[in-house]
Design a protein around this ligand. Structure first.
Ligand code: PLP
Length: 398
């Protein structure tokens, strides 16, 4: 709760903090129902992928408006399965420079040629106009993220894909139950990939899923997931073991019971934050893509370095002293990651030095910070977070 003694002197400089104790940044953990579901599997002795994984596939796919779901070990494996089934080595694929590393690194692992594109500043999502600029006769696919739980401009992406005959993979690791034009995001593109990592909106510890709408593709992914095994010890193709187990499946199913209500609460939290942040000069809030209903995995703001005299890191240090934790997703664009040195060099040779380092992504890396976002936040906590951001912004305003 905000304390009554709040003053405008920053807590960092000896003033009273807005909160006496840190606001929880996220809300993870297992309920008694989740634990009972896991115990049921443990007591059955049936630990491999079986009825629980199958039920999770069916229910999660239906909740996302996708035809078929395929559980797998984690979100990285989900990307590998989708890329493995949809791409050929050497295919050129456009991917945003502003996303988690796996969206792009698993393209490299699949032997694809990565071409980085930029994102839109206010929604943080891939910029369709910039994607179009990077299409060449060799482009075969677009792999874009619904980052922070906010759907990308799916209409624009699908139009580009239809025009140039490209596959589309949506990395939906952060966007469980997000919607676009009143449909679940699973209705769009060739494949959507999900992560069920412990901190995700539906977190099973480790876990993932690919959803698709094509039966042949589902079959190919099913084979890739399990050593190409079409019948007992008959291996039609080369594959991996990327299977989920039924303990994870049972936890996922149990958590799926509460996910819709928790997602609704995240949406209420976001709306309340919107109103508060809009009134703070020097701090900007996320602006969702038109037609989207985000899942709000993260609520990511950005400071206006022209209006405030501090750096982002100074801003979040001051916020922390007020009792508001934050996180930086991400501290650099993928084009600055050492792992992509060679990719960037090739992009530079083809598209020019400036285009190879998408400027909006580079700029966001110096400005973004994510504030507490989860279903257990109270209205008083949300208001207090807003009060702390306003206080820090006022202290640093030029
Ligand atoms: C956008 C995105 N893609 C892919 C992944 C990879 O998922 P996992 O950690 O389950 O392998 C993550 C997880 O952090 C992610 O946020």
């Amino acid at each position: 709760m905000p304390s009554a003694t709040t003053t405008t002197t920053l807590a960092l400089e000896g003033g009273s903090p807005v909160f006496d104790a840190m606001v929880p940044f996220m809300s993870v953990g297992l309920t008694p129902a989740d634990i009972a579901a896991a115990n049921e599997v443990l007591e059955s002795g049936m630990l491999r992928a079986a009825t629980k994984c199958a039920a999770l596939e069916e229910r999660f796919a239906a909740a996302s408006d996708a035809k078929t779901g395929l559980t797998c070990a984690n979100g990285t494996c989900a990307l590998q399965l989708a890329y493995g089934a949809l791409l050929e080595p050497g295919d050129e694929v456009i991917v945003p420079a502003w996303t988690y590393i796996a969206t792009a690194s698993m393209l490299v692992a699949a032997g694809a040629k990565v071409v980085f594109c930029d994102v839109l500043e206010d929604s943080y999502q891939a910029d369709p106009a910039d994607i179009e600029k990077r299409i060449t006769p060799n482009t075969k696919a677009i792999a874009v993220t619904h980052l922070y739980g906010i759907p990308v401009d799916i209409d624009a992406i699908q139009k580009i894909a239809a025009k140039h005959n490209l596959k589309v993979i949506y990395d939906s690791a952060q966007s469980h139950l997000a919607e676009y034009n009143e449909k679940g995001i699973g209705a769009f593109g060739d494949a959507c990939t999900y992560s069920f990592y412990a901190t995700k909106n539906l977190g099973t510890g480790e876990g993932g899923m690919v959803t698709v709408n094509d039966d042949d593709l589902a079959k190919t992914i099913g084979l890739l997931r399990s050593h190409g095994e079409s019948d007992k010890y008959i291996h039609d193709s080369i594959g991996f073991n990327y299977r989920m187990n039924d303990i994870t499946g049972a936890i996922g199913l149990s958590k799926l019971d509460t996910l819709p209500a928790q997602t609704d609460r995240r949406r209420e939290v976001a709306l309340r934050y919107h109103g508060i942040i809009d009134a703070i000069d020097g701090v900007d809030r996320p602006a969702p893509t038109a037609g989207s209903n985000p899942a709000w995995h993260l609520y990511t703001c950005r400071i206006d370095l022209g209006k405030l005299s501090c750096t982002r890191d100074e801003f979040i240090a001051a916020l922390k002293a007020e009792g508001v934790p934050s996180a930086v997703h991400y501290p650099m664009p993928l084009t600055d990651q050492p792992a992509f040195r060679d990719v960037v060099a090739k992009n530079e040779a083809e598209f020019g030095k400036d285009a190879a380092r998408p400027p909006v992504s580079a700029n966001l890396a110096t400005r973004v910070f994510c504030i507490p976002m989860h279903h257990n936040l109270t209205d008083a906590q949300i208001d207090g977070v807003g009060e702390a951001i306003a206080k820090v912004a006022a202290a640093y305003r030029r």
